[in-house]
Design a protein around this ligand. Structure first.
Ligand code: AMP
Length: 417
């Protein structure tokens, strides 16, 4: 079932959203992107004449009630965004009466699901190594089912629009789906868009396909690099990873970021790229600094000859040109991770060159997906988010999907396709 096919008139819909918004010390929302992201789904349900039971997590309260993470703090913001009154259920597992009393057009916001350990389904107060762990885990899984069943009992239909937690098999993201038949569970609009964007990258590939992987470490990206190696034409590896490769090739990298235990891995990636006919593009020159700060002294040098006491902090001018020339003619583009320490204004040029080339390729008809943590911050910093095809909201979920892993939140609805 798709959300567009469904008529919510007279139905109670329980919707898992990601309202894990950042709050300041006074409980004010500092970035409401996630609330805005869920609005198309929530508004469609209300416009059809349905009622809404909204559920989310916030922060990491670790299975305990903690006012710091109460969703009560965002109730008014949700009401404003939906332009209607919102009721609040202070205990998400005891909201049956409030749910029952909901009239068409009514909205009930449940308290933070993670106040209950059952949401995440991990046993509390026991280590993995402890003898009773397996039994505790089994018991918690049973409790998780009961918790999910309770949430399901509030509604006629289940909608999952929380892509940010789609890679978790939690009560509200996956287990709950077992209590609805196929005609009464579906992805929300945001989830649909994210899943489609990942499909464009992994399934409906238009060539050439260029993936740009940056950020600090090879180790955190290796799963994705390996999965992409079978799919891409060009693989640009940039950012802090550059220097692990340079070191592996015998370069002097000064104080640059380096994972000494990943030198063999770096050489292996180079070998595999050759075997698979992938054009692996690594930085050749860099902008090095004499300290890790925005105002340090800088010089342009080869990544193989960085002087003692200096560190590579951004891609150099030659490298930037090669990156841009590789990206511009591409028809499918994935960008994850900056090419330099973009948080420092003086070291944004590498990431900027990548972003500009992606925008140009997109204008020429490429599909471009930017996602995963810092690349989103980066594209926002440049004000170019609306000039690429899609900016993903789901950090970990997006990365797992690109690694080729099944997302429990999607599989629970689509039956694991
Ligand atoms: P990640 O979370 O692995 O995607 O890494 C993102 C971080 O990598 C950002 O905070 C960047 O500042 C950092 N980064 C990118 N290039 C470098 C570099 N050459 N040296 C140190 N950090 C870098």
């Amino acid at each position: 079932m798709t959300i567009d096919q469904y008529n919510f008139a007279g139905k109670k819909a329980i919707v898992r959203v990601d309202f894990n918004v950042p709050l300041d010390e006074n409980g004010n929302i500092t970035d409401d992107t996630r609330i805005r992201g869920a609005l198309p789904t929530l508004k469609k349900i209300l416009a059809d004449g349905g009622s809404l039971i909204i559920m989310s997590h916030m922060g990491k309260p670790k299975g305990k009630v903690n006012p710091k993470f109460s969703l009560g703090q965002i109730k008014d913001a949700v009401a404003k965004a939906l332009d209607t009154e919102v009721e609040f259920a202070e205990d998400c597992a005891k909201a049956a009466d409030q749910a029952k009393a909901l009239k068409p057009g009514g909205v009930l916001l449940l308290e933070n699901l993670r106040f209950y350990p059952e949401e995440e389904g991990k046993p509390v107060g026991i280590d993995k190594e402890d003898p009773g762990y397996d039994a505790a885990k089994k018991e918690m899984k049973e409790r998780q089912k009961e918790f999910a069943k309770t949430l399901a009992s509030y509604a006629d239909v289940y909608v999952n629009d929380a892509f940010g937690t789609a890679h978790r098999r939690h009560a509200s993201t996956a287990v709950i789906a077992d209590y609805f038949d196929a005609d009464n569970k579906m992805l929300g609009y945001l989830m649909e868009k994210e899943v489609k964007a990942v499909d464009n990258i992994l399934k409906d590939i238009k060539r050439p396909f260029t993936a740009i992987m940056g950020g600090s470490k090879v180790s955190t990206k290796i799963g994705i690099i390996e999965n992409l190696m079978d799919k891409v034409d060009n693989l640009i590896l940039c950012g802090g990873m550059t220097y692990t490769f340079a070191k592996a090739m015998g370069g002097n990298i000064g104080l640059s970021l380096c994972e000494l235990d990943k030198l063999d891995l770096a050489l292996d990636i180079m070998k595999k790229a050759k075997e698979k006919g992938v054009n692996l593009v690594l930085g050749t020159d860099c902008v090095a600094g004499d300290a890790f700060s925005n105002d340090c002294n800088t010089m342009v040098c080869s990544v193989m000859e960085i002087p003692e006491g200096w560190e590579g902090l951004d891609a150099g001018p030659k490298t930037r040109n090669v990156f841009a020339d590789t990206i511009r003619p591409s028809k499918t583009i994935l960008w994850n991770g900056p090419a330099g320490v973009f948080e420092f204004d003086n070291f944004t040029a590498g990431s900027r060159a990548i972003a500009d080339a992606i925008v140009e390729a997109t204008e020429n008809g490429a599909f471009s997906l930017v996602g995963g943590g810092d690349s989103v911050a980066c594209i926002n910093k440049f004000g170019l988010a609306d000039k690429v095809s899609y900016v993903s909201t789901g950090g970990g979920a997006l990365l797992e999907a690109i690694e080729g892993k099944e997302l429990p939140g999607v599989a629970a609805i689509q039956g694991g396709k």
